[in-house]
Structure formats: structure tokens, C-alpha cells
Design a protein around this ligand. Structure first.
Ligand SMILES: NC(=O)c1ccc[n+]([C@@H]2O[C@H](COP(=O)([O-])OP(=O)(O)OC[C@H]3O[C@@H](n4cnc5c(N)ncnc54)[C@H](O)[C@@H]3O)[C@@H](O)[C@H]2O)c1
Length: 340
């Protein structure tokens, strides 16, 4: 089995993917600058996997250090590039911070490998905006980005596509995630939002544990079955497994061309009110919530067509919203007793 460089390896999705790579028999090399994660995740990974993952603290915006790092590890067989800033609201206030970090890190990594590597890139369903048709397929039009963060994902996909067009030794899969939630079933790793969570599920768990006030449901007058906004939530453990499948596809040379895009979702939409209900029924905890106005920039409803990922990656999400809510809750309770 190969050796996979996981950038952003101590982050939410990176840490869960590291576990799945190790479970699948890969060696992992994790890199992170801890700008949005905690060194304690490394101990947690060791407890989960029984292995002490190889880790290097590195800011991927430092071109020379990235070049030196890659030169010192000629046995890397693939890269999963998670490292990026991801807070939509912050990106509106600090666009250059986002453009600088999300582009420099990506460009430095590709350059250090001399455009000769298998690379999996973290993209997002935000590229679709409010799609004209649901479920949304990979062929759907990319809509004008709602935020600098969303724009970094669209442009990064273009950077990769254009570079692949002239670099036959660069093989890339961009994975468009829908809404990653949940935590590892050990409850030792999970999402660590800084400040007030902008996403529903971490807000729910923090509200339930008493760290936040009541939950606001942003709008109940959308054109959806219960009026609240609908998203395709995906368990982060399923997401981790999909990255292993993407690496395996790149290794197997099954890919069509050297640049491909896949949706990663469950193919099923859940409304905000359904998620609240799923949390209450799976955990037995009662939530305090109120209905508020719509939030600017939110799309009404989106869920993914996952036919292409089922066929091309041989992967399908297995865990349902109840498992997502229960694992997220167990992680929140763990954090209360073991603060990071
Ligand atoms: N979580 C989501 O809802 C979601 C949805 C779609 C796409 N994504 C994308 O998936 C990727 C991973 O997301 P996540 O939720 O795990 O985020 P995260 O913030 O938990 O993880 C990203 C990691 O990258 C690190 N990092 C950032 N800039 C770096 C740099 N210059 N050098 C080294 N390390 C750096 C951070 O410290 C962090 O540990 C990101 O690219 C994100 O944009 C996330």
C-alpha cells in the first residue's frame, strides 16, 4: 500500500480520513499548521488506530518549506488536500486571507510535486448555489459564488482542471461534499468549531449541552415540505471512506481522463426541522428552538445525485441522520468532560 500525504490532517475531515486510510492499510503523513485544529487530535488518532501517525507542523503557504518537505519524502504516492480556511462569514470580511491561504497552499503543493502526483481535492456543493434541478448532478452549471470562500472552491477546481490539461502526470479527483456532520464512533475526534458555529449540527449539540442559547431555524417559509431549508447531510466517517475510494480510483488508472469530479452526499435531503427531530429522537435530548427569518445567502434546498460516485468510486454513504446526530452528540459530551 502507498503513503498518502494528508494536508489539513488534524482538521475535522482530515482526521477522520486519516483513520480510514490507516484502516485500509495505507501509511499516512499528516501535515497541518493548527490554524484551525488542535495538536491533541494526534494523540486521539493514536488511541483510535493504535499507530502514531507521522506528523509535520507546516504552513503550506510557505513555498520553500513545502518544496523541501516533498523532496524529503520521495515515497509519497498520493495527496489528499484538505488544508484551507472554510468559514463563509469570515471570508466575506477577510477575502484576501481566504484567497491567499486557499490558493497558495494548493499551488505550492502541486508545484512541489512538479505536477506529477495523484491528488484528491476538497471541493464543495456550494459551487452549485441553488441548482435548477434536483438532485444536482456533477454536470450542473456552476453558479456565481455567494462568498469569497465559495469562490476559492470554484477557482481551485479551475486551477486543477487547467493544470491537468497540460500535465498528464497529474491525476486529480475533486470531491464536492454536501454537508459533512457527525463524528467518529469512538467520540475521540469530531468537529471543533471556533466561536459560534455557523452550521446547524454543531450549533444543535452546543445548544443541547448548554454552551449556546436556543437554536434559530432560519426561515420556515421556503418552498419545501415543512418550510425549512433542506440539505444533504453526510456522515464524516462515510466521507473519510470516500477519500480512500478516490485514492484507489486514481491508483487503478480507471479514471476517465486525468481530472474528474464527484458528488459526495447521501442523495437524500433533510430539512432543518427533520434534523432537529432526528437529534431529539436519537439522543433523547429535548432541543430549545425558535423560528427566525431567512438568513442571507442561504439556498432553499439542495441534495446531490450520487449515481456517478456510486459507479465511479464504488462508494455509497451508509450512515443515516440518526447515526450522524448520535455521534455528534457523543463527541460534544466527550468534549465537555475532556476540553481541548
Ligand atoms: N466541513 C465542511 O462543511 C466542508 C464542506 C465542504 C468542503 N469542505 C472543505 O474540506 C476541507 C476540510 O474541511 P474541514 O471541515 O476538515 O476543515 P478544518 O478547518 O477542520 O480542517 C482544515 C485543516 O487545514 C489546516 N490548515 C489551514 N490552512 C493551512 C495551511 N496554510 N497550512 C497547513 N494547514 C492548514 C487547519 O489547521 C485545519 O486543521 C476544507 O478544504 C474545506 O473547505 C468542508
Amino acid at each position: 500500500m502507498g503513503k498518502i500525504l494528508v494536508t489539513g490532517g488534524t482538521g475535522f475531515i482530515g482526521s477522520h480520513t486519516a483513520v480510514e486510510l490507516i484502516n485500509a492499510g495505507y501509511e499516512v503523513l499528516l501535515v497541518d499548521d493548527f490554524s484551525n485544529s488542535n495538536p491533541k487530535i494526534l494523540t486521539q488518532l493514536e488511541t483510535i488506530t493504535g499507530q502514531n501517525p507521522d506528523f509535520t507542523e507546516l504552513d503550506l503557504c510557505d513555498e520553500q518549506k513545502v518544496t523541501d518537505f516533498v523532496a524529503a519524502h520521495p515515497d509519497i504516492t498520493g495527496v489528499i488536500h484538505f488544508a484551507a480556511f472554510k468559514a463563509v462569514g469570515e471570508s466575506v470580511n477577510f477575502p484576501l486571507k481566504y484567497y491567499r491561504n486557499n490558493f497558495y497552499s494548493l499551488i505550492n503543493v502541486i508545484t512541489a510535486f512538479n505536477s506529477n502526483v495523484n491528488l484528491v481535492f476538497s471541493s464543495s456543493c456550494t459551487v452549485y448555489g441553488q441548482p435548477d434541478q434536483l438532485p444536482v448532478t456533477e454536470d450542473a452549471a456552476v453558479k456565481v459564488a455567494e462568498s469569497p470562500y465559495g469562490n476559492t472552491k470554484q477557482i481551485a477546481e479551475e486551477i486543477l482542471r487547467d493544470t491537468c490539461a497540460v500535465s498528464p502526470d497529474l491525476k486529480v479527483i475533486s470531491l464536492r461534499y454536501f454537508n459533512p456532520v457527525g463524528a467518529h464512533n469512538s467520540a475521540l475526534i469530531g468537529e471543533l468549531p471556533i466561536g459560534v458555529p455557523q452550521n446547524l449540527v454543531p450549533f444543535i449539540t452546543q445548544s443541547a449541552i448548554g454552551k449556546r442559547g436556543p437554536i434559530t431555524v432560519f426561515g420556515n417559509d421556503y418552498n419545501t415540505p415543512d418550510g425549512s431549508a433542506v440539505r444533504d447531510y453526510i456522515h464524516v466517517v462515510d466521507l473519510g471512506k470516500a477519500h480512500v475510494a478516490a485514492i484507489q480510483r486514481l491508483e487503478s488508472a480507471k479514471a476517465e481522463g486525468n481530472y474528474e469530479v464527484f458528488n459526495l452526499g447521501t442523495g437524500k435531503g433533510s430539512s432543518v426541522l427533520e434534523i432537529i427531530q432526528a437529534f431529539e429522537s436519537s439522543t433523547g435530548e429535548k432541543l430549545d428552538y425558535k423560528i427566525g427569518p431567512r438568513r442571507e445567502g442561504d439556498v432553499e434546498q439542495v441534495w446531490g445525485d450520487v449515481t456517478k460516485s456510486a459507479e465511479g468510486l464504488g462508494w455509497k454513504a451508509e450512515l443515516d441522520v440518526n447515526e450522524m446526530m448520535l455521534s455528534a452528540w457523543n463527541w460534544e459530551k466527550y468534549l465537555k468532560d475532556n476540553p481541548f
